[in-house]
Design a protein around this ligand. Structure first.
Ligand SMILES: [Zn+2]
Length: 404
């Protein structure tokens, strides 16, 4: 089966047209069952700025490959992939055959790679709501951050905690997002809002940096040929008939996750910095993303009696990913991170010039300050979650599948 038909078959099976457009279907000739006006209203509700929406209309019919794709998300993905490939080319490390991308509605907020061995292609399938989630997350972060511009000094936990305490709206929105995601199973069911004008630029940068990191992480898995390596390792272990096969495999899984984080962050950092000076933005966005997911893990533990992990066996915890990443960046900055490409055994002369900025302790400082702010949120969310649990409110089925 070719990759496109494969994506379509998955989308058809999952009835993916639910989330944004309900029964809306799209064809390559344009939009046939939902009016442009309805899409425009949806985009506005999601907080997209006017020029983005206008641009979306221009690119819509050209970029859609499957009638099940939601045009907004698909446009976003193709645009991100272009940026990621651009950055990878600057590093002289890119995948010669462009991966296929698509969206799927599983309700998991993650992405996964499916190799299509027959066509010698790779398919990256993104959860349909992933980028809605990232958008809402960035909005929350924007409200917490005291300044519209990010610098090493502006990431200050005292100021952030003050923002949270002085603006009760923030906690309300965090709760709204968490409950839509955890109880209802759909982040897009949370209440839509638009940030004040002075924060829009920051929101764009933060959203973009997290989106780029997510895509770059998957791209890095492909670049570093992780799924192939895992297959090889599995083959060897099976031949040896070892008792600890599963344990060893999960160790490799985790190692590859760290590698994809390192390389992915480097690609994302390069991609975002191509569009202006956003020195610390990538780190701020990514550390907040990890800290927020760590909070989600804690919440699920309340409902799952302490045995939950988002990706049992294959993924390290979010806090250890965050810690490891900050250490790598901090060690001697991003040129050290080039070392993560040592797995490819090649030289990095092209990258060196682009990534020689010194960060010193700034990155670890940023990580710590963000974690303190999220911890402050958590202290207020925690009793509410315990109360919900006592009242017999259940987490959505998609999470229950994971709770052991
Ligand atoms: Zn991964």
């Amino acid at each position: 089966m070719d990759s496109l038909s494969f994506i379509k078959s998955i989308q058809k099976r999952d009835n993916t047209s639910f989330i944004m457009y309900k029964e809306g279907k799209y064809s390559l000739d344009g939009i046939n069952t939902i009016t442009q006006m309805e899409i425009l209203q949806k985009c506005k509700r999601l907080g997209m700025i006017h020029s983005d929406v206008e641009h979306l209309f221009k690119v819509l019919p050209k970029t859609l490959h499957s009638e099940y794709e939601d045009p907004n998300g698909y446009y976003l993905l193709t645009d991100l992939l272009e940026s990621v490939e651009g950055a990878a080319k600057i590093m002289s490390h890119y995948i010669p055959k462009k991966p296929f991308i698509g969206t799927q509605a599983r309700g998991k907020i993650s992405a996964r790679i499916i190799p299509n061995h027959l066509a010698k292609e790779n398919i990256i399938l993104f959860e349909r709501e992933l980028f809605v989630f990232v958008n809402l997350l960035s909005k929350i972060l924007c409200e917490i951050l005291p300044n519209e511009v990010i610098s090493a000094d502006s990431i200050n936990c005292i100021e952030m905690v003050k923002s949270i305490d002085e603006n009760p709206q923030i906690l309300k929105r965090v709760w709204d997002l968490l409950s839509a995601y955890i109880f209802e199973g759909h982040v897009s069911l949370s209440y839509p809002y638009i940030l004040s004008k002075n924060k829009l630029q920051l929101q764009y940068q933060l959203t973009r940096s997290i989106e780029l990191f997510i895509l770059s992480h998957e791209y890095a898995h492909l670049l570093l040929k992780h799924s192939q390596s895992l297959q090889d390792i599995k083959g060897v272990l099976n031949k040896e008939n070892r008792m600890d096969t599963q344990k060893l495999l999960s160790r490799f899984h985790q190692k590859f996750e760290y590698q994809a984080d390192e390389t992915g962050l480097m690609i994302a950092h390069l991609a975002i910095n191509d569009k202006g000076d956003a020195k610390y933005t990538t780190f701020v966005g990514v550390f907040f993303y990890f800290a927020f997911f760590e909070m989600i893990e804690k919440i699920l533990r309340i409902f799952g009696e302490g045995s939950y992990s988002c990706n049992i066996d294959t993924h390290p915890s979010f806090s250890s990913r965050s810690k490891k990443l900050s250490k790598v960046i901090n060690k001697g900055v991003l040129e050290e991170m080039n070392q993560s490409l040592r797995f490819l055994n090649s030289s990095f002369s092209n990258v060196d010039k682009k990534l020689t900025t010194k960060y010193g302790n700034d990155v670890i400082k940023i990580k710590n300050h963000i974690e303190i702010a999220v911890q402050h949120l958590w202290m207020q969310i925690k009793p509410k979650m315990h109360k919900a649990n006592r009242q017999g409110i259940e987490v959505n089925q998609m999470w229950r599948d994971n709770i052991k």
